[in-house]
Write a protein that binds this ligand. Structure first.
Ligand SMILES: Cc1cc2nc3c(=O)[nH]c(=O)nc-3n(C[C@H](O)[C@H](O)[C@H](O)COP(=O)(O)O)c2cc1C
Length: 208
């Protein structure tokens, strides 16, 4: 069987697999496509209250390539998700974990006096977005990041990656933490550059 030729036919016609052997071949070809494809759609989805995670997400998208976009959980819907081959998702660490609805209502009820601005609570939690994410297409991959203190226990990226895997995404890289200097930022010197480099590394391993 010439998989390269079959792959082109499957890719051009977007044929659904016809049987379990076909399904197996289809998945294998998508694995191959991940390594070889010249154009794989990548998006970076973030939750961010004071802009630190958003800034890191934008840097990752920049590293991924000109056609990769960073978007909040409202923007990452519908057409933006169609045919996506790589999802990179990230959030701040709040109280050692991926933010919850309870943490948000606490933030809204008891504003932090030291905060430079009120938190942006206008977009859905990443947790909620992940729960509503449709199952991955064949061969789709994912990576996760978090922003927080260097030495904080816990984190959010492991949970994000686990939720993505539950939706059928294969992990593309180890989780990453990008460091901030205070409870509301800013992002530590050098971290934006490191985020961009991580994005470029992801693109490289994806064969973008
Ligand atoms: C209420 C609150 C709780 C936080 N808890 C943690 C934590 O447990 N561990 C940590 O590393 N950082 C913690 N941080 C710091 C944030 O994770 C960090 O500032 C993050 O980069 C904010 O991202 P954002 O600006 O995108 O919302 C906390 C910040 C706040 C305001």
């Amino acid at each position: 069987m010439n998989y390269g030729h079959a792959g082109r036919i499957v890719n051009i016609l977007h044929l659904p697999p016809v049987d379990s052997a076909g399904e197996w071949r289809y998945r294998l070809l998508n694995e191959f496509r991940w390594k070889k494809d010249i154009h794989m759609k990548a998006i970076v989805v973030y939750e961010s209250y004071w802009g630190n995670t958003a800034a890191v997400a934008k840097a990752i998208a920049e590293g991924l390539g000109a056609d990769a976009r960073a978007m909040n959980t409202d923007e990452a819907a519908g057409e933006a998700l169609a045919g996506v081959g790589l999802i990179v998702a990230g959030s701040p660490i709040i109280a050692f974990s991926l933010p919850t609805a309870k943490m948000r209502s606490d933030m809204a009820a008891k504003p932090h006096k030291e905060a430079p601005a009120p938190p942006d609570l206008s977009h859905p939690l990443l947790r909620t977005w992940l729960e509503g994410l449709p199952q991955a297409g064949a061969g789709a991959r994912a990576a996760a990041f978090e922003t927080g203190f260097k030495l904080s226990p816990g984190g959010s990226a492991a949970k994000i990656l686990k939720m993505l895997e539950e939706k059928g995404y294969q992990p593309a890289a180890k989780k990453q933490r990008f460091i901030v200097k205070g409870s509301f930022g800013p992002v530590k010197e050098g971290e934006i550059e490191r985020a961009k480099a991580w994005g470029a590394e992801l693109a490289k391993s994806a064969g973008k």
